[in-house]
Design a protein around this ligand. Structure first.
Ligand code: HEM
Length: 198
Protein backbone atom coordinates (compact mmCIF):
# COMPACT_ATOMS: atom_id res chain seq x y z
CA UNK A 1 0.00 0.00 0.00
CA UNK A 2 2.73 2.47 1.06
CA UNK A 3 4.88 1.22 -1.81
CA UNK A 4 2.07 1.87 -4.32
CA UNK A 5 1.48 5.33 -2.89
CA UNK A 6 5.18 6.20 -2.99
CA UNK A 7 5.43 4.89 -6.56
CA UNK A 8 2.48 7.09 -7.56
CA UNK A 9 4.02 10.10 -5.76
CA UNK A 10 7.33 9.55 -7.57
CA UNK A 11 5.49 10.14 -10.83
CA UNK A 12 4.27 13.57 -9.67
CA UNK A 13 6.83 16.23 -10.64
CA UNK A 14 7.57 18.84 -7.93
CA UNK A 15 6.74 21.66 -10.37
CA UNK A 16 3.08 20.69 -9.83
CA UNK A 17 3.39 22.13 -6.29
CA UNK A 18 4.99 25.31 -7.66
CA UNK A 19 2.31 25.70 -10.33
CA UNK A 20 -0.51 24.93 -7.87
CA UNK A 21 0.77 27.42 -5.28
CA UNK A 22 1.38 30.18 -7.85
CA UNK A 23 -2.06 29.56 -9.38
CA UNK A 24 -3.67 29.64 -5.94
CA UNK A 25 -1.97 32.95 -5.05
CA UNK A 26 -2.95 34.55 -8.36
CA UNK A 27 -6.52 33.22 -8.16
CA UNK A 28 -7.04 34.91 -4.77
CA UNK A 29 -5.53 38.11 -6.08
CA UNK A 30 -7.91 38.02 -9.01
CA UNK A 31 -10.88 37.31 -6.70
CA UNK A 32 -9.88 40.29 -4.53
CA UNK A 33 -9.55 42.57 -7.58
CA UNK A 34 -12.92 41.34 -8.88
CA UNK A 35 -14.56 42.18 -5.54
CA UNK A 36 -15.41 38.54 -4.88
CA UNK A 37 -13.76 38.29 -1.46
CA UNK A 38 -16.54 39.85 0.59
CA UNK A 39 -16.89 43.28 2.17
CA UNK A 40 -13.21 43.57 3.22
CA UNK A 41 -11.16 41.98 0.41
CA UNK A 42 -7.83 43.30 1.71
CA UNK A 43 -8.25 41.75 5.17
CA UNK A 44 -9.48 38.55 3.56
CA UNK A 45 -6.55 38.36 1.12
CA UNK A 46 -4.09 39.05 3.94
CA UNK A 47 -5.70 36.33 6.04
CA UNK A 48 -5.80 33.81 3.15
CA UNK A 49 -2.12 34.35 2.28
CA UNK A 50 -1.15 34.04 5.97
CA UNK A 51 -3.21 30.86 6.34
CA UNK A 52 -1.62 29.36 3.20
CA UNK A 53 1.85 30.14 4.62
CA UNK A 54 0.91 28.37 7.85
CA UNK A 55 -0.51 25.29 6.05
CA UNK A 56 2.61 25.00 3.92
CA UNK A 57 4.84 25.40 6.97
CA UNK A 58 2.99 22.53 8.65
CA UNK A 59 3.31 20.45 5.47
CA UNK A 60 7.07 21.16 5.41
CA UNK A 61 7.42 20.08 9.03
CA UNK A 62 5.24 16.99 8.50
CA UNK A 63 7.41 15.44 5.75
CA UNK A 64 9.96 13.76 8.03
CA UNK A 65 7.54 12.44 10.73
CA UNK A 66 5.22 11.18 7.97
CA UNK A 67 8.05 9.24 6.36
CA UNK A 68 9.26 7.95 9.73
CA UNK A 69 5.90 6.76 10.98
CA UNK A 70 4.01 5.78 7.84
CA UNK A 71 6.72 5.25 5.22
CA UNK A 72 4.99 7.71 2.87
CA UNK A 73 7.62 10.00 1.41
CA UNK A 74 6.94 13.53 0.24
CA UNK A 75 10.64 14.47 0.36
CA UNK A 76 10.67 15.50 -3.29
CA UNK A 77 8.09 18.18 -2.53
CA UNK A 78 9.57 19.54 0.70
CA UNK A 79 11.65 22.23 -0.96
CA UNK A 80 8.58 23.49 -2.85
CA UNK A 81 6.51 23.46 0.38
CA UNK A 82 9.22 25.44 2.17
CA UNK A 83 9.72 27.95 -0.64
CA UNK A 84 6.00 28.58 -0.94
CA UNK A 85 5.70 29.00 2.85
CA UNK A 86 8.10 31.88 2.37
CA UNK A 87 6.36 33.02 -0.84
CA UNK A 88 2.94 33.23 0.80
CA UNK A 89 4.54 34.85 3.88
CA UNK A 90 6.01 37.56 1.63
CA UNK A 91 2.67 37.98 -0.22
CA UNK A 92 0.96 38.32 3.20
CA UNK A 93 3.49 41.01 4.17
CA UNK A 94 3.09 42.86 0.85
CA UNK A 95 -0.71 42.98 1.24
CA UNK A 96 -0.33 44.28 4.79
CA UNK A 97 2.29 46.89 3.86
CA UNK A 98 0.80 48.22 0.65
CA UNK A 99 -2.93 47.58 0.89
CA UNK A 100 -3.83 47.32 4.58
CA UNK A 101 -1.72 50.05 6.18
CA UNK A 102 -2.44 53.67 5.33
CA UNK A 103 1.22 53.94 4.19
CA UNK A 104 4.12 51.45 4.36
CA UNK A 105 5.95 53.83 6.74
CA UNK A 106 3.21 53.16 9.32
CA UNK A 107 4.72 49.67 9.68
CA UNK A 108 7.46 51.11 11.92
CA UNK A 109 4.95 51.97 14.65
CA UNK A 110 3.23 48.60 14.21
CA UNK A 111 6.47 46.70 14.85
CA UNK A 112 6.08 47.23 18.59
CA UNK A 113 2.87 45.19 18.64
CA UNK A 114 3.70 41.66 19.86
CA UNK A 115 1.84 39.77 17.11
CA UNK A 116 3.56 41.88 14.42
CA UNK A 117 6.98 41.34 16.07
CA UNK A 118 6.39 37.57 16.09
CA UNK A 119 5.27 37.55 12.43
CA UNK A 120 8.21 39.68 11.27
CA UNK A 121 10.74 37.55 13.18
CA UNK A 122 9.21 34.36 11.79
CA UNK A 123 9.47 35.66 8.23
CA UNK A 124 13.00 36.99 8.79
CA UNK A 125 14.15 33.57 10.00
CA UNK A 126 12.83 32.09 6.77
CA UNK A 127 14.99 34.39 4.60
CA UNK A 128 18.27 32.41 4.99
CA UNK A 129 16.30 29.19 4.47
CA UNK A 130 14.82 30.41 1.19
CA UNK A 131 18.19 31.81 0.04
CA UNK A 132 19.95 28.49 0.68
CA UNK A 133 17.25 26.26 -0.77
CA UNK A 134 19.18 25.46 -3.96
CA UNK A 135 21.40 22.42 -4.59
CA UNK A 136 24.30 24.80 -5.21
CA UNK A 137 23.86 26.37 -1.75
CA UNK A 138 23.70 22.91 -0.18
CA UNK A 139 26.99 21.95 -1.88
CA UNK A 140 28.65 25.27 -0.92
CA UNK A 141 27.65 25.04 2.75
CA UNK A 142 28.17 21.30 3.13
CA UNK A 143 25.39 19.01 4.35
CA UNK A 144 26.09 19.44 8.05
CA UNK A 145 26.15 23.26 8.10
CA UNK A 146 23.16 23.36 5.76
CA UNK A 147 21.15 21.13 8.11
CA UNK A 148 22.22 23.17 11.13
CA UNK A 149 21.12 26.38 9.38
CA UNK A 150 17.81 24.84 8.35
CA UNK A 151 16.97 24.11 11.99
CA UNK A 152 15.87 27.77 11.96
CA UNK A 153 12.59 26.39 10.67
CA UNK A 154 11.70 25.40 14.26
CA UNK A 155 11.90 28.86 15.86
CA UNK A 156 10.23 30.22 12.69
CA UNK A 157 7.33 27.79 13.20
CA UNK A 158 7.02 28.60 16.92
CA UNK A 159 6.96 32.33 16.11
CA UNK A 160 4.36 31.80 13.36
CA UNK A 161 2.14 29.85 15.77
CA UNK A 162 2.63 32.56 18.44
CA UNK A 163 1.72 35.21 15.83
CA UNK A 164 -1.53 33.39 15.14
CA UNK A 165 -2.37 32.80 18.78
CA UNK A 166 -1.84 36.47 19.55
CA UNK A 167 -4.08 37.52 16.66
CA UNK A 168 -6.83 35.18 17.86
CA UNK A 169 -7.07 37.39 20.98
CA UNK A 170 -8.24 34.49 23.09
CA UNK A 171 -8.41 30.75 23.09
CA UNK A 172 -10.07 30.31 19.67
CA UNK A 173 -10.38 26.68 18.57
CA UNK A 174 -8.84 27.31 15.13
CA UNK A 175 -5.76 29.05 16.52
CA UNK A 176 -5.35 26.41 19.22
CA UNK A 177 -5.49 23.66 16.60
CA UNK A 178 -2.72 25.37 14.62
CA UNK A 179 -0.59 25.78 17.70
CA UNK A 180 -1.29 22.18 18.75
CA UNK A 181 -0.39 20.85 15.29
CA UNK A 182 2.84 22.89 15.22
CA UNK A 183 3.70 21.71 18.76
CA UNK A 184 2.96 18.11 17.83
CA UNK A 185 5.12 18.21 14.70
CA UNK A 186 7.99 19.87 16.56
CA UNK A 187 7.55 17.42 19.46
CA UNK A 188 7.72 14.46 17.07
CA UNK A 189 11.15 15.68 16.02
CA UNK A 190 12.44 15.39 19.57
CA UNK A 191 14.20 12.10 19.92
CA UNK A 192 14.51 11.61 16.18
CA UNK A 193 17.96 10.84 14.91
CA UNK A 194 19.62 14.13 13.95
CA UNK A 195 20.24 14.55 10.26
CA UNK A 196 16.81 13.61 8.97
CA UNK A 197 16.19 17.17 7.78
CA UNK A 198 13.24 19.28 8.90
C1 HEM B 1 6.42 40.39 8.24
C2 HEM B 1 5.75 39.43 8.78
C3 HEM B 1 4.28 39.45 9.12
C4 HEM B 1 3.43 40.49 9.35
C5 HEM B 1 3.75 41.97 9.34
C6 HEM B 1 2.12 39.94 9.60
C7 HEM B 1 0.98 40.68 9.87
C8 HEM B 1 -0.27 40.17 10.03
C9 HEM B 1 -1.47 40.95 10.27
C10 HEM B 1 -1.52 42.47 10.39
C11 HEM B 1 -2.51 40.10 10.34
C12 HEM B 1 -4.00 40.45 10.57
C13 HEM B 1 -4.20 40.63 12.04
C14 HEM B 1 -5.63 40.92 12.43
O1 HEM B 1 -6.53 40.39 11.79
O2 HEM B 1 -5.77 41.69 13.36
C15 HEM B 1 -1.98 38.77 10.17
C16 HEM B 1 -2.74 37.62 10.16
C17 HEM B 1 -2.23 36.35 9.95
N1 HEM B 1 -0.92 36.01 9.77
FE1 HEM B 1 0.64 37.29 9.67
N2 HEM B 1 2.19 38.58 9.51
C18 HEM B 1 3.49 38.24 9.22
C19 HEM B 1 4.01 36.98 9.04
C20 HEM B 1 3.27 35.83 9.06
C21 HEM B 1 3.80 34.51 8.83
C22 HEM B 1 5.28 34.21 8.57
C23 HEM B 1 2.74 33.64 8.91
C24 HEM B 1 2.70 32.15 8.76
C25 HEM B 1 3.69 31.37 8.49
C26 HEM B 1 1.55 34.41 9.18
C27 HEM B 1 0.28 33.91 9.32
C28 HEM B 1 -0.85 34.66 9.57
C29 HEM B 1 -2.19 34.10 9.65
C30 HEM B 1 -2.56 32.63 9.50
C31 HEM B 1 -3.05 35.17 9.88
C32 HEM B 1 -4.57 35.10 9.99
C33 HEM B 1 -4.94 34.86 11.41
C34 HEM B 1 -6.44 34.74 11.55
O3 HEM B 1 -7.13 35.66 11.13
O4 HEM B 1 -6.87 33.72 12.08
N3 HEM B 1 1.91 35.74 9.26
N4 HEM B 1 -0.63 38.84 9.99
Amino acid sequence: MTGTLNAALRRVPPWIVHAGAAGWALWWLWLAAAGALGPDPVARLEQDYGTAALWLLLATLAVTPLRRWTGVTLLRFRRAFGLWTFGFGVAHLVVWLFLDLSAPIAAIAELARPHITAGVLSLLLMVPLALTSTDAALRRLGAQSWRRLHRLVYPAAILAATHQLWIARGWETGALLWVGATGLLLGLRVGMRPGGGH
